[in-house]
Design a protein around this ligand. Structure first.
Ligand code: NAD
Length: 396
């Protein structure tokens, strides 16, 4: 018998939905790189329903209980008296979603004496201290590619929201007004601008692909340059140094994972080096940027806009300055948890769990850390510095 502890976001305030806006979601069988979307046998949940909240249980209860296993689901995740921390000592598996992260820091690893596997239902395992996971020989896995396209769509939307000044225009309508000049004094066309993607992996390449038809100049940076044929197809030029890229762009879209190399990558000095009136979109992780440097640059006019749906910590406190700063197009962390994305990452979570329960290897694409070191996708995308806490994991 295995105990699985899942930390999921709360249900809608008006209760778990009984009907949905659409009757089905499109059937996607392959990711853009040709790999298969997760499709474990005998899925018994309905694709397109709310699976990421507490009552949705990622569709896992029947599957786990039929196998004689225990499932505990909670949204109560902060502090020593939380359900998460109380249930942790005898959990074999912890599942968490980046939208509502169950932070697994050093102290929590010490308490989790039976833990063997930490699954991120989604992508981005920075809420897990990867050094501590390696010290304790805990496997860390995430559902690679499950919501990369979902996030890319959101980022493209936010690029347009900022440049076109959509949010204030919408507010004028909600408030009964028709103040055209008030909105258009801050509104431009994207056409002709230079857009740069930082960390052009799965999300970043999907952003480039979707922006190409807008007749913009596309540049990107990542750890390793893309193959010439991929660059040609995307119409994007490689710039090795992120500082050089940031100086050239009108719009920067940040998409690398959060780790020691990317933590606070965008600080006041980098923002100062950008063109006045540049925009930044960040749906990757809040701590890629220095929080107050963003607020100051929006207030001074150095940045014309900032959009994102990632914060630190999450949930963001009511007085978080990004809630009230000017020229923002912020959302709570929703980009990777559309109903379409949930169907894929719930299926992928089940695939990982099934492999774990059967004692069969987990897809290398899904692995972040295993047997005391970074593995699979984790070895390609993350860096851990021995003895250092991973940024993003420390939160009470
Ligand atoms: P990916 O692994 O395909 O891409 C990450 C890219 O970043 C890789 O190409 C890697 O080489 C590059 N990179 C790593 N370190 C770098 C550095 N120091 N400088 C430049 N490039 C660097 O992952 P992905 O699917 O594109 O996801 C990327 C990140 O987006 C995740 O780690 C997560 O933090 C975030 N994400 C957010 C959501 C959301 O809901 N908002 C959902 C999914 C993923």
């Amino acid at each position: 018998m295995v105990k699985v502890l899942a930390v999921l976001y709360p249900d809608p305030v008006n209760g778990y939905p009984t009907k949905y806006a659409r009757d089905s979601i499109p059937k996607i069988t392959k990711y853009p790189d040709g790999t298969s979307v997760p499709n474990p046998k005998n899925i018994d949940f309905i694709l397109g329903q709310l699976l990421g909240s507490v009552s949705g249980e990622l569709g896992l209860r029947k599957f786990l209980e039929d196998g004689g296993n225990e499932l505990v689901v909670t949204s109560d995740k902060e502090g020593p008296n939380s359900v998460f921390e109380k249930e942790l000592p005898d959990a074999d598996v912890v599942i968490s979603q980046p939208f509502w992260p169950g932070y697994l820091n050093k102290e929590r690893f010490e308490k989790a004496k039976k833990l063997k596997l930490a699954i991120t239902a989604g992508i981005g395992s920075d809420h897990v201290d990867l050094n501590a996971a390696n010290e304790h020989q805990i496997t860390v896995a995430e559902v690679t590619f499950s919501n990369s396209i979902s996030v890319a769509e959101h980022s493209v939307m936010q690029v347009l929201d900022l440049v076109r000044n959509f949010v204030p225009a919408h507010e004028v309508i909600r408030q009964g007004g028709w103040n055209i000049a008030d909105v258009v004094e801050h509104s431009y066309d994207l056409e002709g601008m230079t857009v740069g993607v930082v960390g052009a992996g799965r999300i970043g390449q999907a952003v480039l692909k979707r922006l190409k038809p807008f007749d913009v100049k596309l540049v990107y940076t990542k750890r390793h340059q893309l193959a010439p044929e991929v660059e040609k197809e995307l119409g994007a030029t490689f710039i090795k140094d992120v500082h050089d890229l940031m100086k050239q762009v009108d719009v920067a879209v940040l998409t690398p994972p959060l780790h020691s190399e990317t933590y606070h990558m965008v600080d006041a000095d980098m923002i100062k080096s950008m063109k006045r009136g540049a925009y930044i979109v960040n749906d990757s992780r809040g701590e890629l940027v220095v929080r107050d440097a963003i607020v100051e640059a929006l207030n001074s006019g150095q940045l014309a806009g900032y959009a994102g749906d990632v914060w630190y910590p999450q949930p963001a406190p009511a007085d978080h300055p990004w809630r009230t700063m000017p020229f923002e197009a912020m959302t709570p962390h929703i980009s990777g948890t559309s109903l379409s994305a949930q169907a894929r990452y719930a299926a992928g979570t089940r695939e990982i769990l099934k492999d774990f329960l059967d004692g069969t290897p987990i897809r290398p694409d899904y692995l972040i850390a295993e047997a005391g070191q970074l593995a699979g996708t984790g070895a390609k995308s993350y860096t851990v510095k021995k003895g250092e806490e991973s940024p993003g994991s420390e939160h009470e």
